[in-house]
Design a protein around this ligand. Structure first.
Ligand code: NAD
Length: 348
């Protein structure tokens, strides 16, 4: 474990199994200097347990950075549940998972990520209070995805101002990869603001809906990268910017909701070399965790959420300015800023 290249000084990594429900989960706590570790739970079919561990470690480190950039009083953590093969009792699985979280005594707080719904989180709540993204309860904030989409939407305006000199997406051509909870909501906002959309998803019903409702052009999942558009918005899974896609991306801005968009950190420099403005993923997609943080505080305040979303845009703007001044890729600038914020909290 300690030699794993993705270990990155995690404070702790917890493995849970529950024979009765079939639960196998990994909760990775990267850093708690700024507060309890907060980050979503992913339910996914992994080829093997090593792949699940890698995912948990990578994602939880990114959450430390994301929460620091969102300026919320939380450290970084993330959990993955290995999807049981065959039929399983979802209620029992998430209740067992809730007991696992409870056993950590508040070191880790969770919410939804890919493959997990608000209904699942309601089952988690039966066993622990360290959960947000709920539909019911005094401070319920519901599915964080629309707020994530709102943060991405605002961030793309900041990027458009930097790259095209106009803080507007009216008439701007945008390719959106992945029309799930966040991607579809983002498309609705973009279409409402006059953007022209090209969309891809492995779920044909989703792209058909975007075509019917938003006038989006449907593109195959393999061809979304190379569209002649102004902005490429990855909103599916990680690694959208990789050794294969880097040379076919024609957009001048890459910015979307997906976590870990760069297959490797070097891709940030590769984008810069090609004149592409990259919106660091964990900055632009911080809206959801801001919303969850508002709920976890015990008293949901929409004005606080709105102010923090504006803060994300401001941080993004500062990153772009520093990247230009220092001629460095935006992902490096974001990492440095996040590390400074985490270290400052650790010193305090
Ligand atoms: P989701 O599961 O609802 O949507 C993902 C979509 O991507 C699905 O429609 C899926 O069919 C599609 N997809 C998968 N593989 C694809 C491929 N190869 N090509 C095209 N489409 C593909 O998930 P979501 O909640 O919308 O999250 C999307 C991304 O944003 C994830 O990376 C997630 O970690 C990240 N994120 C989500 C939130 C949030 O609030 N939900 C917050 C921050 C980051």
């Amino acid at each position: 474990m300690f030699d794993n290249q993705n270990f990155a000084d995690h404070e702790s990594v917890h493995m849970f199994s529950d024979q009765k429900s079939g639960l196998r989960a990994i909760i990775a706590v990267h850093n708690t200097a700024r507060g309890p570790a907060a980050g979503g739970t992913r339910l996914w079919t992994y080829p093997n347990t090593s792949a699940a561990l890698e995912d948990a470690l990578n994602l939880s480190r990114a959450m430390s950075y994301k929460n620091a950039m969102a300026d919320i009083p939380f450290g970084g953590g993330k959990a993955v549940i290995l999807r049981p093969s065959g039929a399983f009792d979802r209620v029992a699985l998430f209740q067992a998972y809730g007991r696992a979280i409870e056993s950590l005594g508040g070191v880790y707080c969770t919410a939804e990520d890919v493959g997990v719904s608000t209904a699942d989180m309601e089952e988690v709540r039966k066993a622990t209070a360290y959960v947000g993204g709920l539909d019911t309860g005094a401070a319920a904030s519901g599915d964080p995805s629309p707020i994530t989409a709102e943060g991405v939407f605002r961030g793309l305006h900041v990027a458009a101002k930097n790259a095209f000199g106009q803080a507007s997406v009216d008439g701007v051509k945008i390719a959106v990869q992945g029309l799930g909870h966040v991607g579809y909501s983002l498309c609705e906002k973009l279409a409402g603001a006059g953007a022209r959309l090209w969309v891809a998803d492995i779920n044909e019903a989703a792209v058909e809906k975007a075509h019917q409702e938003l006038g989006a052009h449907i593109v195959s999942p393999d061809e979304i990268y190379g569209q002649s558009v102004d902005i490429f918005a990855p909103c599916a899974l990680g690694g959208a910017v990789n050794a294969n896609s880097i040379d076919v991306i024609k957009a001048k801005i890459v910015g979307g909701a997906a976590n870990n968009q760069l297959a490797s950190p070097e891709m940030g420099q590769a984008l810069r070399d090609r004149g592409v403005l990259y919106c660091p993923d964990y900055v632009i997609n911080g809206g959801g965790i801001i919303n969850v943080a508002a709920e976890l505080s015990g008293a949901y305040d929409p004005d606080w959420v709105d102010g923090k979303l504006d803060g994300l845009s401001q941080t993004l703007s500062e990153i772009f300015t520093t990247a230009d001044a220092e001629n460095r890729p935006t992902n490096e600038i974001a990492d440095s800023l996040a590390e400074q914020r985490i270290q400052a909290a650790a010193h305090r």
